[in-house]
Design a protein around this ligand. Structure first.
Ligand code: ZN
Ligand code: ZN
Length: 421
């Protein structure tokens, strides 16, 4: 992996860092910060950021071994506690208009041998503690981004059949390809890709569907869309007008689900890694927006605790469409990490809705946002429902029309039609 090119992409395309801006680099919050395994990338990002005119680049480091030590030795009752200072640091940083980059270089199975109820308790505590920061992110108060770096534990999980000493290099080369860093001009390749995604979200915005209807194996789900829903893709704009790309890679177009109008049953098409534990082969049934039935072959108690975090955790905040032919899906790999897996399949998210997915949402207070159909919660957890067997219809006046058939776009903007020919 050419880390300097990756650093450039993170700074120029993901964050679009502005001269004079500060940058804070973090990692999964349960771990307290970015893994030491990502240090070479953190330094490459910092170098790019300074070249782009950054005023100051800082990192908050986190150590998985430290978190494991907590599970092994800390008093049981203390797992409901979270850092007193970290939530304020994050919120202060964003409030000052500084950019934020989160880098994932972690073990998706870190806590697999820990008691699930304690893992759930710890995750709840993290989610509740960082609500103000999550709200800032949900309003795009600043330019922010999420990227990933390979490490040994993650690589071993993604490539169990590859010889041990080759796993990490394989994961790096996969990240490189999926982030288009293997192209002669990655920045130009991203411009082109973002334009294709934007034509798709523009097209869906003209349709004004009142709901989406998903049908597939063990799935028959209606997801209502608020009247003011807005489809969003790759590129967003911060409050101060900086355009940025929150996820690298990104293949999705997404919008807001109506918190009160989700009905039916959906089966997850991929396992979900939540707080260092895997939830596998699970099904949720919704009535009037709320989850009323839960079953999972593995990790059910963590799933139940997640949905129990607060009232909004049992409702959907996001619905996203990703064709089955997306490069990430075609890799045939399971990443056990949402940044990649959510870009391999259509998905929905339990918990809080992004205010920027509703027209005028950023300036609504919470009560008005809820009245308009927006969900509020301390969590936002995407899980995958797409596959080559999923059909999606758009519900409109006088019936429904196909959006996807067998996981692929069935209708779309002219540019796509031309490209297919
Ligand atoms: Zn998504
Ligand atoms: Zn999401």
């Amino acid at each position: 992996m050419k880390l300097d090119r990756y650093g450039e992409l993170a700074v120029r395309v993901a964050l679009n860092l502005q001269p004079g801006q500060r940058l804070l680099i973090i990692g999964p919050l349960a771990n307290g910060g970015v893994s030491f395994d990502a240090a070479p990338l953190v330094r490459a990002v910092a170098a790019s950021a300074y070249r782009a005119g950054a005023e100051l680049v800082e990192a908050i480091w986190g150590d998985e071994a430290l978190l494991l030590s907590r599970f092994e030795h800390a008093p049981r009752g203390s797992l409901a506690e979270f850092s007193r200072w970290l939530p304020n640091v994050l919120a202060d940083h964003v409030a000052a208009g500084a950019a934020m980059l989160s880098i994932y270089a972690n073990d998706p199975d870190l806590l697999k041998d820990q008691p699930p109820d304690l893992v759930g308790t710890m995750q709840q505590a993290v989610s509740r503690a960082v609500v103000p920061f999550r709200q800032q992110i949900s309003r795009n108060d600043t330019n922010w981004g999420v990227i990933a770096a390979a490490n040994d534990a993650w690589a071993a999980k993604v490539f169990p059949d590859v010889p041990r000493d080759e796993q990490r290099a394989r994961l790096w080369s996969t990240i490189e390809r999926l982030c288009r860093l293997d192209r002669p001009d990655p920045v130009a390749a991203w411009k082109e890709h973002l334009a294709v995604l934007a034509s798709r979200s523009d097209y869906l915005n003209t349709k004004r569907y009142s709901a989406l209807h998903f049908t597939g194996p063990a799935t028959d789900l209606i997801v209502g869309l608020p009247a003011a829903h807005t489809w969003v893709s790759g590129q967003s704009a911060s409050r101060s007008g900086i355009t940025f790309v929150a996820n690298l890679p990104t293949e999705e177009v997404f919008t807001i689900a109506d918190r009160a109008r989700v009905d039916g049953t959906v089966r997850a098409s991929k396992p979900l890694s939540y707080g260092g534990m895997l939830i596998e082969d699970f099904t949720l049934t919704f009535e009037q927006g709320r989850v009323v039935r839960i079953s999972a072959a593995r990790g059910e108690s963590v799933l139940r605790q997640m949905i129990d975090t607060d009232a909004g955790a049992a409702r959907l905040g996001e619905v996203a469409l990703v064709p089955h032919s997306s490069p990430i899906s075609q890799s045939g790999l399971l990443f056990y990490n949402t940044l990649f897996d959510e870009n391999a399949a259509s998905h929905v998210a339990l918990g809080t809705a992004y205010k920027f997915t509703m027209r005028g949402g950023e300036s609504m207070d919470d009560a008005a946002f809820e009245r308009a159909g927006g969900n509020r919660s301390a969590i936002h957890v995407d899980f995958m429902i797409g596959s080559g067997d999923l059909d999606v219809d758009g519900v409109c006046e006088g019936g429904a029309e196909p959006i996807m058939r067998r996981g692929e776009w069935a209708a779309g903007p002219d540019s796509d039609a031309r490209m297919r020919r």
